[in-house]
Design a protein around this ligand. Structure first.
Ligand code: PPS
Length: 295
């Protein structure tokens, strides 16, 4: 496979100030003319915030709780990521061409890079957020296994890059702050990984209300059960094991890694935590969200 060298540990490219994997950077310009439809629903998140989980929940809702329908294809084909481009796989845009309405889409893009038509069409957005410390740890492990990222280096180096917004898709802080303001002018439901862990049923009901849909209690319970970490970890249509090993090597670190809140406590040193907290307080002053660091 010739393309392996082309993606392997390449440096990120800068697109309008946002560091991106080269292939994704190339896509960003061509998706700017993408036409969103008013009945689209967009799931947005900074990487490693739990969007695969929310996507599977959304799919189950759209498919009326049918496991069979949710097993028809891998998750990245059922719900395409707008900016996704990997050699050897269909791009998000190619998949969307054959996707009938009502469509579910995903993005990790900073708000500044989102195609304008999503805003013009007032497309409903479900924004998934997750505390920055756990995201940094999850992202570090993801960098190790997803070889299209640059070498992650040491954890200490990676954490510095994360705090500096020099990781793939840019700054967690900018992402959360800017998408966090979008609800002033746009229909947005904010979901938090920590709340989903605490009470998935309550959060699924919030989604249903936001979508203006209803399902029986029994179906909601079924969705909670099917989308648990344990179930999704063993589900090849949701756990990314269908991606070629050259792109994601689950033997290094599985995509479905731990699925817990507070993993950062096992990784951050006391000094890293103090530095992170001081930096966080500065960056996030005035942010309307209060993240839980543990349950
Ligand atoms: S990505 O690559 O940006 O699309 O990743 P994303 O899906 O947003 O986030 C990956 C983390 O979410 C965890 N995950 C889950 N946690 C709990 N329950 C369920 N069902 C679930 N599905 C995925 C996944 O394990 C990643 O977190 P870590 O901390 O690495 O385990």
């Amino acid at each position: 496979m010739e393309w392996v060298q082309d993606i392997y540990r390449q440096p990120l490219v800068n697109v309008k100030g946002v560091p991106l994997i080269k292939y994704i950077g190339e896509m960003v310009e061509s998706i700017q003319s993408f036409q969103a439809w008013p009945d689209d629903v967009l799931i947005s998140n900074f990487p490693k915030s739990g969007s695969t989980w929310v996507t599977e929940i959304m799919e189950m809702i759209y498919q009326g709780g049918s496991l069979e329908k949710c097993h028809r294809a891998p998750i990245y084909e059922r719900v395409p990521i707008l900016e996704l481009k990997w050699p050897g796989l269909s791009t998000g845009i190619q998949i969307l061409k054959d996707t009938p309405a009502p469509r579910l889409l995903r993005t990790h893009l900073q708000l500044t890079l989102l195609p304008q038509s999503f805003l013009d069409q007032k497309v409903k957005v479900i924004y998934v957020a997750h505390n920055a410390k756990d995201v940094a740890v999850s992202f570090y492990n993801f960098y190790k296994m997803a070889k299209g990222h640059p070498e992650p280096g040491t954890w200490d180096n990676f954490l510095e890059k994360f705090m500096d917004g020099q990781v793939s898709f840019g700054s967690w802080y900018q992402h959360v702050l800017e998408w966090g303001e979008l609800s002033c002018t746009h229909p947005v439901l904010y979901l938090f990984y920590e709340e989903l862990k605490k009470n998935p049923k309550r959060e699924i009901k919030k989604i249903l209300e936001f979508l203006g849909r209803s399902l029986s209690e029994e179906t909601v319970d079924h969705i909670v059960q099917h989308t648990s970490f344990k179930e999704m970890k063993k589900n090849p249509m949701a756990n990314y094991t269908t991606i070629p090993t050259e792109i994601m090597d689950h033997s290094v670190s599985p995509f479905m890694r731990k699925g817990i809140v507070g993993d950062w406590k096992f990784v951050f040193t006391v000094a890293q935590n103090e530095r992170f907290d001081a930096h966080y307080a500065e960056k996030m002053a005035g942010c309307k969200f209060n993240f839980r660091w543990q349950l």
